[in-house]
Ligand binder design. Structure first.
Ligand SMILES: NC(=O)c1ccc[n+]([C@@H]2O[C@H](COP(=O)([O-])OP(=O)(O)OC[C@H]3O[C@@H](n4cnc5c(N)ncnc54)[C@H](OP(=O)(O)O)[C@@H]3O)[C@@H](O)[C@H]2O)c1
Length: 290
């Protein structure tokens, strides 16, 4: 069994980046609290990791777009006596312009990416501040926050908020020996892309050097916890783009290139508003006073 009782809490561990974090941390001897909405996948992962590694794992079954489930996870986090690492990783993308993607889906995104991240950090910080060992928080954002392109409004908005939240939170928690990281991967080959309801043919246009393997993403993130920087960009090439992107001309070039690769530069036709759907709203008439 893990002798020093290091513990990590991970959301969205059932696939991709979250699963790679869970495997690597179990390999390093961390006990885990895994938060996932897909119970069979969660049970299978717990079995796989406990068979392979000598660690304790607890599973919390929670859909992070649902407020009651977020509250359940908050309670679990607050009840822990030690958290070495909290990874707010669960997330998803949506394909389409702001005006065409169902609003409910966009509000779910706000809840999964932002509300749950904020609430889990709020629950974990008092635990971390009162423990003897350093506390670390990785909030998974995205490189998409640095490039303004159509078809990405709520994704970019919620992940930008995650980056800003992480940067400002770091200023407040450094005295408690807590490190915050905003992890900003570029393209990473996971099921993230297939789960987006859009034509994926654009993906074959993306050159190989833009893709970062999942293992490189998590190694870069875990090594980055020892650096002074909040923002972590995996991949040397991506780091270069990040720095050059601060120059206006270069950022316009990157924006154009992303538009070309995404093939999303034409706004959708907005259907005529359905008269029947318009609700009758009684308005207070203003009175004209002589
Ligand atoms: N892949 C990339 O290119 C890329 C680039 C930049 C940033 N990111 C970010 O990296 C993070 C991980 O994504 P990934 O690439 O590893 O994609 P992924 O393989 O699709 O994994 C996403 C994880 O989030 C979970 N999740 C989604 N919605 C949830 C909800 N409502 N409640 C609970 N769990 C939920 C999924 O659970 P289920 O198994 O139940 O669906 C899954 O475990 C995301 O935050 C994503 O935005 C990815």
């Amino acid at each position: 069994m893990n002798e020093n009782n290091s513990l990590a809490v991970i959301t969205g561990p059932t696939s991709g980046i979250g699963k790679a974090f869970a495997q690597e941390l179990a390999n390093q001897g961390y006990n885990l609290v895994l938060v996932a909405r897909n119970k069979p996948k969660l049970q299978e992962l717990i079995r796989e990791l406990t068979d392979k590694f000598n660690v304790k794992i607890k599973g919390v079954d929670a859909d992070l777009s649902v407020a009651e489930d977020i509250a359940k996870v908050e309670k679990v986090i607050s009840s822990l006596s030690r958290i070495d690492l909290l990874i707010n990783n669960a997330g998803f993308g949506v394909g389409g312009y702001f005006i065409e993607v169902p609003l409910s889906k966009q509000l779910d995104m706000l809840t999964v990416h932002l509300n749950s991240t904020i609430r889990f950090c709020r629950a974990a910080i008092p635990v971390m501040a009162n423990q003897k060992v350093k506390g670390n928080i990785i909030n998974v954002a995205s490189f998409a926050v640095f490039i303004d392109v159509p078809g990405n409004v709520m994704y970019s908005t919620t992940k930008s908020a995650v980056v800003h939240f992480s940067k400002t939170l770091q200023c407040e928690v450094k005295d408690y020996n807590i490190k915050i990281q905003a992890l900003c991967p570029v393209f990473t080959p996971t099921s993230f892309h297939e789960s987006i309801n859009r034509d994926l043919s654009f993906m074959k246009n993306i050159p190989d050097f833009f893709w970062t393997p999942v293992d490189d993403v998590i190694n870069s993130s875990l090594n980055g916890l020892h650096s002074g920087s909040v923002i972590c960009i995996p991949g040397r090439f991506n780091k270069l783009i990040y720095w050059f992107n601060k120059f206006p001309l270069f950022s316009i070039l990157i924006q154009k290139l992303t538009l070309m690769l995404n093939n999303r530069d034409k706004a959708p036709v907005i259907n005529e508003i359905d008269e029947k759907k318009k609700e009758k709203v009684s308005l207070v008439e203003s009175e004209v006073v002589d």
